[in-house]
Design a protein around this ligand. Structure first.
Ligand SMILES: Nc1ncnc2c1ncn2[C@@H]1O[C@H](COP(=O)(O)OP(=O)(O)OP(=O)(O)O)[C@@H](O)[C@H]1O
Length: 228
């Protein structure tokens, strides 16, 4: 289990984490939420060891980590098939079907729509067969149709294959309805962790996002919306 053990990290004089501890539950989806600029991507950088904590340590980092960054760029023009088979010989039929990529295999990636491209990038990280998948705001630029395809494919494959997911999402309803656990960085930069049930708390969420938020039941789903 990946464990943050009392980590502290600052950029210049600015404290980002101060003695933060957390355990990432294996084989489940955890969403990382918190205001803009609070340190979510920095936490990903610590987990991928592209930066080191000033004190404390991260234990149990799996060998096979895949990261879907906010912006994914190609170094050279590639067709979808070529990207998916960069690190392996065969295509994963199930991933192709769930992400609706079969009809795109021979298309140049740069000529796809933003939504199609994001499905291709998810396909790319899934073809790496990671033990831990980190996703940084993967649905931000997607319309509702592509958001649903993306999240359904991710949650279906995760449930079948059991890889661990840590995903940054800004849409709170989406975060709580597509995960089992939440890591929340609050307004005081404290990392608070728990199950979706434990952290589904109007007061905590309103204080974190400095906005009155309500939790509303609709059609069997719990929606987190700003009070009008
Ligand atoms: N290279 C850098 N130099 C200076 N400050 C930085 C650098 N990278 C990040 N920061 C600062 O560190 C803080 C945390 O940034 P980070 O990108 O981790 O936040 P975030 O929670 O992912 O934000 P967002 O939700 O807006 O993507 C921010 O205040 C940011 O300005």
């Amino acid at each position: 289990m990946l464990t943050l053990d009392h980590i502290s990290y600052a950029i210049g004089n600015k404290t980002i984490f101060n003695d933060a501890s957390a355990e990432l539950i294996d084989h489940e989806i955890t969403c990382l939420i918190g205001p803009n600029g609070i340190g979510k991507s920095t936490l990903f950088n610590l987990i991928t060891q592209s930066i080191q904590p000033e004190s404390g340590q991260i234990i149990g980092i799996p060998d096979k980590i895949a990261l879907l960054a906010q912006k994914n760029e190609l170094f050279e023009p590639l067709a979808v098939r070529a990207l998916l088979t960069i690190q392996r010989d065969t295509l994963d039929e199930e991933v192709l079907n769930l992400l609706q990529l079969k009809q795109l295999l021979d298309r140049p990636i740069e000529k796809l729509s933003g939504g199609q491209r994001q499905l291709v990038w998810l396909g790319y990280v899934l073809h790496q067969e990671p033990d831990l998948l980190l996703l940084d705001e993967p649905t931000t630029y997607l319309d509702l149709y592509y958001q649903q395809i993306f999240l359904k494919a991710l949650t279906t494959l995760q449930a079948q294959r059991g890889f661990t997911v840590l995903m940054i999402l800004h849409d709170l309803t989406q975060a709580f309805s597509n995960s089992q656990n939440i890591w929340l960085i609050d307004a005081n930069k404290q990392l608070i962790t728990g199950s979706v049930t434990e952290l589904m708390d109007e007061t905590l969420l309103s204080e974190t996002f400095k906005l009155p938020l309500s939790i509303v039941e609709h059609a069997g789903q719990r929606l987190i919306i700003p009070e009008l």
